[in-house]
Design a protein around this ligand. Structure first.
Ligand SMILES: C[S@@+](CC[C@H](N)C(=O)[O-])C[C@H]1O[C@@H](n2cnc3c(N)ncnc32)[C@H](O)[C@@H]1O
Length: 293
């Protein structure tokens, strides 16, 4: 099957996911991270029935418009957090034969300056996947104490200059709030220059990633989401998880080593060189699959 390209997000490892989920006509699947609906569409095209969940209202509106009319009663779309998956599934009387998580952010979220996720676009710092949440990147950058900034930059970003960057953030915000993605990026660049290190265009990637993971409680939600997914799956149902970060992968590995599951992929499935060439954002993807006993 050719990967359908939409301008919202290019789905990763689509054929592999349809294969490992063993999608069959009339069977039910939860897509816990609907995004632009790329994976959902592939499952629907194979005859599956999908409950698609996303916490981002923009994703919900986009997929309703793109897929809602075509697939009608084969597709249910719910705005919500996958950490509440059980409630959402029960409300829809939905017992799935397969569940997919495709973690992280969509290209739409990263590329849309209004969402304040990216150092590539000057915008107000935000980074909420759920725009109705009252906690965003501004709160972290302007209100977190030094030690907490260091902790998240080290833990989620593996940033080796976490201490100096946190210290510069704390100093700069004494004069005026740090409000934009460019200001935050400049702080990172300055720290690297002061440490005599060459500054690359994407030098602030790790800092932005760390703050995004904290804003959206990504690792906690993943733990809750996986626990519920394992409970929800019907017997012989499959869980497929695509991750892009080593800490996510560690949580997935730990959770699928579970007496309720059999591991299907001993080693993670990775995108081919060809896929990475056509979709560089697939570069760090890892797919793990397990089956409910
Ligand atoms: C990588 S994108 C998924 C792309 C999708 N598979 C596609 O083909 O277009 C991840 C999506 O998951 C959503 N998301 C991330 N964490 C979530 C959570 N805890 N609950 C619900 N949605 C979440 C994001 O808002 C984003 O739209």
């Amino acid at each position: 099957m050719r990967t359908r390209v939409n301008n919202y997000h290019i789905p990763v490892l689509v054929n592999e996911i349809v294969h490992y989920l063993q999608v069959k006509e009339g069977n039910k699947y939860i897509d816990a991270t609907l995004g632009g609906g790329g994976h959902t569409r592939a499952i629907l095209d194979k005859g599956g029935i999908v409950l698609g969940i996303d916490q981002d209202q923009d994703a919900i509106e986009y997929t309703k418009k793109e897929l809602g009319k075509i697939y009608k009663d084969k597709l249910i779309i719910e705005k919500g957090n996958f950490s509440q998956m059980k409630k959402i599934a029960q409300k829809n009387n939905f017992i799935p034969q397969g569940i997919l998580f495709d973690l992280g952010v969509s290209s739409y979220q990263i590329d849309n300056p209004d969402r304040g996720f990216s150092f590539n676009k000057d915008a107000t710092l935000d980074m909420r996947m759920d725009k109705s949440s009252d906690f965003n990147a501004l709160d972290i950058v302007n209100r977190y104490q030094y030690q907490d900034l260091v902790r998240i930059l080290q833990k989620f970003g593996e940033e080796h200059l976490a201490g100096p960057i946190a210290s510069d953030i704390v100093t700069k915000r004494k004069t005026a709030e740090i409000t934009t993605t460019s200001q935050l990026s400049e702080i990172v660049f300055d720290v690297y220059r002061k440490h005599g290190q060459k500054v690359k265009h994407n030098q602030s990637t790790k800092v932005f990633q760390a703050i995004r993971m904290e804003v959206n409680s990504e690792l906690n939600n993943l733990k809750f989401g996986l626990e519920q997914a394992i409970d929800l799956l019907s017997k012989d149902g499959r869980l497929a998880v695509l991750s892009y970060h080593s800490l996510e992968d560690r949580i997935i590995k730990l959770n699928i080593k579970n007496k309720k599951l059999k591991i299907i992929t001993r080693k993670p499935v990775l995108p081919s060189e060809q896929e990475i060439k056509t979709n560089p954002r697939s570069r760090s993807a890892k797919l793990r699959v397990a089956q409910k006993l």
